[in-house]
Design a protein around this ligand. Structure first.
Ligand code: MN
Ligand code: MN
Length: 283
């Protein structure tokens, strides 16, 4: 086969057997409601991962010294409920083998399957959207229903950076989640918000999901459902750096890489940040 594309995330060269982290992509955007293209997200994130030095100067770690493997992309079905099942199967295997799943999206729907497999006690999501619809466009597995589905199995849900949803979703969020809107993040500062979140996640099994549109679309415009007045890439880096040691599974979804590369570049760096911070400080 010709290697026209980088098949792996940079420095993710360890064999599956000895890897501690298992990266995989879910190139699916079947329920996209506004602008398609997140199916190209995993490829773009991997491509941009090669732009960066292996050395992490903040931690003094070379990424190639961390045991990471990249399984490639999942062969996805057309129907979202099938994709959720496929993702759950892969993640169940990764968790059973004692590894940390690192999933690249693709639309947010994949997260529902990963969460089912990981069975976390706390779900932390950075997202412009509340994703609390019971169904959208005739399916309960739309990218707009992700947090609603997660709430059916996970007791504690934390949403950071939310700023879009209908009245009902904001009512559900107020009643059943800990919502830190993008405005609250700006007013209080991400450090203060994360101080709260740390109290929630301490000592518990945590899933961390990053929907790329949590970041202001004026900064990273490669998005399927862009929203302005959001968080900054620095805010997101702070979230990943602070929470990574507590996290049992991580995903970065909703990159639709039709910009100058900003969105995939931020994603690639934050995936690296997650792995390095978890490797140094994780359980
Ligand atoms: Mn989302
Ligand atoms: Mn979103």
């Amino acid at each position: 086969m010709h290697d026209l594309f980088h098949p792996h995330f940079a420095d993710a060269d360890t064999s599956y057997e000895v890897a501690r982290y298992a990266i995989f992509g879910v190139p699916y955007d079947g329920t996209t409601s506004f602008r398609p293209g997140t199916r190209f997200g995993p490829r773009a994130i991997r491509e941009f991962s090669f732009n960066f030095e292996a050395y992490d100067p903040a931690m003094g770690i070379d990424l190639f010294d961390v045991p990471v493997t990249d399984l490639g992309d999942l062969r996805v079905s057309r129907l979202p409920e099938a994709v959720v099942e496929e993702v759950a199967g892969v993640v169940r295997d990764i968790v059973r083998d004692g590894k940390i799943p690192v999933m690249l999206g693709g639309e947010h729907t994949a997260t529902v399957g990963a969460v089912r497999a990981v069975e976390p006690e706390v779900y932390v999501v950075c997202d412009a959207h509340l994703d609390l619809r019971d169904e959208l466009d005739g399916t309960p597995y739309s990218h707009g229903c992700v947090t609603r589905r997660v709430l059916e199995t996970v007791g504690d849900v934390v949403i950071i950076g939310g700023r879009s949803g209908d009245r009902e979703q904001f009512e559900i969020a107020a009643e059943k989640t800990r919502l830190y809107t993008a405005d609250v993040v700006r007013q209080r500062g991400i450090g203060a918000v994360l101080g709260d979140v740390l109290e929630t996640v301490e000592g518990r099994r945590v899933y961390l999901s990053i929907d790329a549109d949590a970041i202001d679309c004026c900064l990273t415009p490669g998005l399927g459902t862009p929203e302005p007045f959001g968080m900054t890439p620095l805010d997101l880096r702070e979230v990943v750096r602070t929470l990574a040691p507590h996290v049992a599974a991580f995903d970065y979804v909703e990159v639709a890489p039709f910009d100058a590369g900003q969105t995939a570049a931020v994603a690639a760096v934050l995936v690296r940040e997650f792995i390095v911070r978890h490797w140094v400080g994780g359980r």
